[in-house]
Design a protein around this ligand. Structure first.
Ligand code: GLA
Length: 374
């Protein structure tokens, strides 16, 4: 029996759709957003989204923890590799690695003695870092499943929302949070945070991606150069809680106002860099605040933010207990974080910019991680 033209046309359409689906499932070469099932947590479906730009560069993001799991861009020779630490399976994230790529909240970094006073009440949080509270507590925003929505935009875009209930992890107020990720054709990962509350509450959201621009965790980050546009930093006590002072970086190992190798002065800092820099960008406008570079791959990462602070954490606690997706152990200082934020322990430090969100106010914060090859 001879096939009619219509039957042939239908077959062609089916074949075309199937091929396209293949591209979508594997992600990574067609501009747009693709989604694949990645498992279940707390009876909620977990997905892995791939945001691919017109160059075929891509980021992958899961709605578990609102986590960036890979960021793949070319080096000077056009060879593409991943510049952040990440895993291909959800099960590794469920072993609670140290916040690789995750969204941190309700309060990024530390709150001293795991408590703060607001109005007439004292709020008690879980002490999950010695006597202090770190990164939102026992089950912070990095360990919950977010609702996902792929946005219709000129660049691939993904919005994740989460309702943190009144009293969750000890924090007051129902907090509705949205994180929107956009991946542009200029290899910029733009992260926009928005939040609303129905009771006054501290909010400090950040992303905890660990970068190694060489694309190979066999290399430490000590030869990367770093510039931070900050004339001051917040010194800390032995438990990494700010003392409340704001000190000039000039003449100290904390001076990154001109790009220098991270390894140059790190041994003069007990434990290594894990501090908040007071950015010169004071008016809340989006500004370039840091540049990280790797001379070998010739990749640079430019960080733009509206936030007043930047936590530069040099991977001082990495100890090889997690294996990167390329099979290599993630050892001491093989990756670093540049966490845009308000200052740690602000709820207990009246001299620091306030982190208290009031009902009726909009929390709004933007950070861009842009990769360039020079
Ligand atoms: C942050 C902190 C560090 C450490 C890491 C996670 O960046 O500042 O002290 O807790 O997270 O290991």
């Amino acid at each position: 029996m001879k096939a009619t033209r219509l039957q042939i046309l239908i077959c062609v359409i089916i074949l075309f759709t199937a091929c396209n689906q293949g591209v979508k499932e594997n992600g990574a070469n067609k501009k747009g957003v693709t989604k694949k099932e990645w498992g279940t947590v707390d009876d909620k479906p977990v997905y892995l989204f791939t945001l691919t730009n017109s160059k075929g560069d891509y980021v992958t993001i899961s709605n578990y923890g609102s986590t960036v799991t890979s960021f793949v861009v070319p080096d000077k020779n056009g060879n593409k590799s991943g510049i952040i630490i990440g895993f291909d399976s959800l099960s590794t994230y469920l072993k609670h690695p140290p916040y690789f790529g995750a969204t941190i909240g309700r309060y990024g970094n530390r709150i001293g003695n795991a408590q703060f006073k607001l109005g007439d009440s004292t709020y008690h949080l879980a002490a999950n870092d010695g006597k202090n509270s770190l990164h939102g507590g026992l089950k912070g925003f990095d360990k919950v499943v977010w609702d996902a929505m792929v946005a219709d935009s000129t660049s691939p875009e993904l919005s994740l929302t989460y309702l943190s209930k009144d009293g969750e992890e000890g924090y007051p107020g129902n907090l509705k949070v949205t994180v929107t990720y956009t991946f542009t054709d200029s290899d910029e990962l733009k992260i926009q945070y928005a939040a609303e509350t129905d009771k006054p509450t501290p909010v400090n959201l950040t992303n905890h991606s660990y970068f190694n621009l060489s694309g190979d965790v066999n290399n430490t980050i000590l030869d990367h150069t770093l510039m931070i546009d900050a004339d001051a930093y917040t010194p800390v006590d032995s438990t990494l809680i700010p003392t409340g002072e704001i000190k000039p970086v000039k003449g100290t190992p904390f001076d990154f106002t001109t790009a220098k190798k991270i390894g140059l002065d790190i041994s003069a800092v007990p434990g290594g860099y894990d501090h908040n820099w007071v950015l010169n960008n004071k008016n809340g406008a989006l500004a370039k605040v840091a540049v990280l570079s790797d001379v070998v791959s010739r990749r640079s990462l430019e960080v733009f933010t509206t936030e007043p602070g930047l936590q530069f954490y040099a991977g001082n606690f990495l100890d090889g207990s997690f294996i990167n997706r390329d099979g290599k152990p993630i050892q001491l200082r093989t990756a670093l974080c540049l966490e845009t934020q308000h200052f740690p322990d602000s709820p207990n430090k009246p001299g620091f910019p306030s982190t208290i969100l009031q009902p009726g106010q909009q929390y709004s914060s933007t950070t861009i991680y842009k990769v360039i090859v020079q």
